[in-house]
Design a protein around this ligand. Structure first.
Ligand code: ADP
Length: 335
C-alpha cells in the first residue's frame, strides 16, 4: 500500500484529532502517503482533499473537533455517489481509506465498499459508545467526564434549594453516557433508552420515587439524568410535567454540544492513538471492511457490519448497583 485516504465523518467526537494524528504518523512510519478529505464523505464527492504529513498533525491531539472537518452528507447514500467517490479515489491512486466516525459513517464505508476495490478501515469516533466490538469508542470517556462535571455543578445549586433537576445528556439511542455519568455523579435516577424499552417510566412513578427517596434520607436535592430522545419534549417538558404533579420546582438542564468540546480525556487520547495506529497496521495486514477496536487492552478487528448490527449491552452490574443499592425504592423491613 502506497497511499491512503482519511476522513472524519458524522457527529464529531473528542479524540478524532488524536486518531487522525496517529493515522498520519503511523502511515509515515510505514512509508505510506496520506491524503485527507475534508468534511467527511462530502469531501470525497467534491474532491476536497490535501496531503497530510507529520508536520500537519503536530499538537492537534489535545483539541476536540476535527482539523479536517466533519459533515453529514445525505447524498452519499445514493449508488451514484459511491461510484463517484470510488472514481475520485482511483484517480488519486488511493489504495486504502480510513473512516473515523460512528455507525452512520461505517454504513457509508460499507456502501462505498460495494463500489470500490480499495481497503476500508473504520476507527470508532463517537461520544455515544454505541458500536459493537470495542470496549469503548473514542470520545465517550470525555463526554462522560463533561456530563459528570455538569452534574456535580447542578448538584451544588440543587442541594442549596432542595430542588429536583433533570439533566439531559446525549447518547443517540444508547444509555452509556447516561448510566456512566449518573453513576459517577451519584444521580438519584436515570432514564435510559434500554430501560425505557423494557418498562417506560411514568410521571407518577417518578414522583413516587422522589417522595420515597425524601422519606428515606430526608429532604434534599434530587438529580435525574435523562438520555436524549427518551421523553417527548425532552427535559423541559419532563420538568413541567413533574412540577405539575409534584408541586415543587423542577428544573431542566440541557447539556447539548458542550459534551463534545474541551480537552479530550487522557483515556480518549490514548485510545485514539492506539486505534489510529492499529488502523494502519490492519491496512498493512491486507484486511478490509473492519473496524479497529479495543477489547481488554488488545487491539482487534471487528467486521464493519457487526459494529451496528450487534449491540454491546449496558453494564448489568452498574445497572443493578444504581437501581437496587443506591436508589432503594422499596422500604426494606428492619428486623
Ligand atoms: P455517525 O457516523 O456519527 O453515526 P451519521 O449517522 O450522521 O453519523 O452518518 C454520517 C454520514 O455517513 C452520513 O451523513 C452519510 O454521508 C453516511 N451514511 C450514513 N448512513 C449511510 C448509509 N446507509 N449508506 C451510505 N452512507 C451513509
Amino acid at each position: 500500500v502506497q497511499r491512503i485516504g482519511v476522513l472524519t465523518s458524522g457527529g464529531d467526537a473528542p479524540g478524532m484529532n488524536a486518531a487522525l494524528r496517529a493515522v498520519v504518523l503511523a502511515a509515515d512510519h510505514y512509508g505510506m502517503e496520506v491524503i485527507a478529505f475534508r468534511h467527511g464523505y462530502q469531501g470525497l464527492l467534491d474532491n476536497d482533499h490535501a496531503p497530510m504529513r507529520p508536520a500537519d498533525v503536530m499538537h492537534i491531539l489535545q483539541y476536540s473537533g476535527t482539523v479536517i472537518k466533519s459533515a453529514r452528507c445525505q447524498r452519499f447514500k445514493e449508488v451514484e455517489a459511491a461510484q463517484e467517490a470510488a472514481a475520485n479515489l482511483d484517480a488519486l491512486s488511493i489504495d486504502a481509506l480510513v473512516v473515523i466516525g460512528g455507525d452512520g459513517s461505517f454504513r457509508g464505508a460499507e456502501h462505498l465498499s460495494a463500489h470500490w476495490d480499495g481497503q476500508i478501515i473504520g476507527v470508532p469516533g463517537t461520544i455515544d459508545n454505541d458500536l459493537f466490538g470495542t470496549d469503548a469508542t473514542i470520545g465517550y470517556a470525555t463526554a462522560v467526564h463533561i456530563a459528570m462535571d455538569a452534574l456535580d455543578k447542578i448538584r451544588d445549586t440543587a442541594d442549596a434549594m432542595d430542588r429536583v433537576f433533570i439533566v439531559e445528556v446525549m447518547g443517540r439511542y444508547a444509555g452509556f453516557i447516561g448510566l456512566s455519568s449518573a453513576m459517577a455523579a451519584g444521580a438519584e435516577r436515570m432514564i435510559l433508552p434500554e430501560l425505557q424499552k423494557e418498562k417506560p417510566l411514568t410521571i407518577s412513578t417518578i414522583v413516587k420515587h422522589i417522595e420515597r427517596t425524601n422519606a428515606i434520607r430526608g429532604e434534599g436535592s434530587y438529580v435525574m439524568v435523562l438520555s436524549e430522545h427518551q421523553w417527548p419534549g425532552g427535559a423541559v417538558a419532563l420538568a413541567e410535567q413533574l412540577e405539575a404533579e409534584y408541586h415543587l420546582p423542577c428544573r431542566p438542564c440541557l447539556l447539548g454540544h458542550i459534551q463534545r468540546g474541551g480537552p479530550p480525556s487522557p483515556a480518549d487520547r490514548i485510545l485514539a492513538s492506539e486505534l489510529g495506529v492499529h488502523a494502519i497496521e490492519l491496512i498493512r495486514d491486507g484486511v478490509t471492511k473492519v473496524m479497529a477496536g479495543m477489547q481488554a487492552g488488545t487491539p482487534i478487528a471487528v467486521p464493519l457490519r457487526d459494529t451496528w448490527e450487534k449491540k454491546n449491552p449496558l453494564d448489568s452490574n452498574l445497572l443493578r448497583i444504581q437501581h437496587e443499592i443506591f436508589n432503594p425504592v422499596k422500604k426494606t423491613p428492619r428486623t
